[in-house]
Ligand binder design. Structure first.
Ligand code: VGL
Ligand code: ZN
Length: 199
């Protein structure tokens, strides 16, 4: 039985240079992630996958600018440029990512009214994606997490995984951050406090 898995977060065109929500140097992690996938027992990819009128898009909030924060029924939410609309080029994986190595691809942010940074729970912290059930059913107890962006989808996934009882390692070399107003330092601190190990 497999006990450890690699979770590769959001290596999509919109998070790479030239994309709608480009993470600086985002594509630089692709070769290393391919090597890590080849060595892993189990591989799960995530894909940020929004409707065209997703509530996390600033375009859906008249007068609000991208990267400002609004109060949603579930709490504060950063408003983003339109990105990762399901089926679009921006939502597709980076062409060099060896996606054929994936055992499972999980899509998140699929509901219009709630964003989802974590691969486990949407931003309301209660709506599950189903990933926990998949991992448990396969007997996976340890996770290495890497990808884009370190301070949002990687960090939220790592925090949820730790809370759910997985042994979590975040590979910072194979991750890149958006770093909005100190969000990277804050994310590292929260992950450390939750017992996440860094590689
Ligand atoms: C992400 C912001 C919005 C991420 C996704 O993958 O970190 N960040 N949607
Ligand atoms: Zn998103």
């Amino acid at each position: 039985m497999t006990a450890a898995a690699l979770l590769v977060v959001d290596i999509q065109n919109d998070f790479c240079p030239g994309g709608a929500l480009a993470v600086e140097d985002g594509d630089a992690v692709v070769p290393g992630l391919n090597a890590a996938m080849r060595a892993a027992d189990a591989v799960i990819l995530t894909q940020d996958w929004h409707t065209a009128c997703h509530s996390s898009f600033a375009s859906q909030h008249p007068g609000k600018a991208p990267f400002s924060v609004v109060d949603m029924p579930y709490g504060p939410q950063v408003l983003w440029p339109n990105h990762c609309v399901g089926g679009s080029y921006g939502a597709a994986f980076h062409a060099d990512l060896e996606t054929e190595r994936a055992d499972l691809i999980i899509r998140k942010g699929i509901h219009r009214d709630v964003d989802s940074y974590s691969a486990f729970f949407e931003n309301d912290r209660t709506t599950a994606t189903g990933l926990d059930g998949y991992l448990r059913t396969r007997g996976i107890t340890a996770l290495t997490i890497a990808g884009l962006a370190t301070d949002f989808c990687v960090a939220y996934s790592a925090l949820d995984a730790a809370r759910l009882g997985y042994a979590v390692t975040v590979d910072l070399k194979l991750s890149r951050a958006i770093d909005l107003d100190g969000s990277l330092a804050a994310a590292i601190e929260r992950m450390s406090a939750a017992g996440v190990v860094f590689a």
